[in-house]
Design a protein around this ligand. Structure first.
Ligand SMILES: [Zn+2]
Ligand SMILES: [Zn+2]
Length: 240
């Protein structure tokens, strides 16, 4: 299949996972206890994909890769934790942090920027190679459900309706798709898109997902992170 077509298809799949995550929050009685395992698996798999695949591939094709990786990391930090007064991955339970309802929208903005780069990452991967595209897609997909879940719960915590909460997760899906589309249109700039989204991926793995892993007591979640790494190495052995 053509790399652009494949990234559009998988971009939509990732976007649908955002909406699914939002639906879990909106349907109050749906089980959500398994979501933390997605966060831990995603942390391990994303970190391995960023360090061992995205960064080396970026260095191979772009001399400015190091500064672009740093920029990707800091852009995410700026929108998720500087503009946004209160943000963490997972269900938002601190209603008191959201008495000023506009704070919910700052989280939405932060996640829209982040998810746009999720889309850039998937398309950049497929432009480079089928293998890189699939690995980045898996890395993105693993944290897509918690992402939709996070934004919907923030919207509810800031007093918005369930419809709006679901709408926010749809918006994250749309931003992901917009990222894929942007990279598909500017394919010759993959040397910029790849390291930028590599920096974003490191941020999401190490600064968004890892703290959630560390918050859980005991070593079980840390083992799930290692399982994420294990899956990466297994795929590398068997498929690559
Ligand atoms: Zn909170
Ligand atoms: Zn993401």
């Amino acid at each position: 299949m053509h790399p652009v077509l494949l990234s559009l298809l998988l971009g939509s799949t990732a976007a649908a996972a955002n909406v699914f995550g939002g639906t879990i929050i909106v349907k109050r009685n749906w089980d959500r206890s398994y979501l933390k395992y997605f966060v831990a698996l995603g942390a391990g798999f994303m970190l391995a994909t960023a360090m061992l695949e995205i960064i080396p591939a970026s260095f191979a094709r772009e001399t400015n890769a190091p500064i672009l990786i740093l920029a990707g990391y800091l852009i995410t930090h700026f929108f998720e934790h500087t503009v946004t007064p209160h943000f963490h991955f997972g269900e938002e339970t601190h209603h008191d942090e959201f008495v000023a309802a506009h704070k919910g929208y700052s989280v939405l903005l932060g996640l829209v920027v982040h998810t746009f780069f999720d889309g850039i990452a998937i398309a950049s991967g497929f432009i480079v190679s089928n293998w890189l595209g699939w690995m980045i897609f898996l890395a993105v997909f693993l944290h897509k459900i918690p992402e939709g879940f996070t934004v919907a719960s923030v919207m509810l915590a800031s007093g918005r309706s369930r419809r709006l909460a679901l709408g926010a997760s749809v918006l994250l899906g749309a931003a992901t798709f917009a990222g894929v589309l942007t990279m598909a249109l500017f394919q010759r700039h993959v040397g910029i898109g790849l390291p930028l989204s590599g920096g974003v991926t490191i941020y999401v793995a190490a600064s968004d997902l890892m703290p959630e892993v560390n918050r859980e007591p005991g070593g079980k979640m840390a083992l799930v992170v290692l399982l994420g790494l294990g899956i990466f190495f297994l795929l590398d052995r068997l498929v690559h």
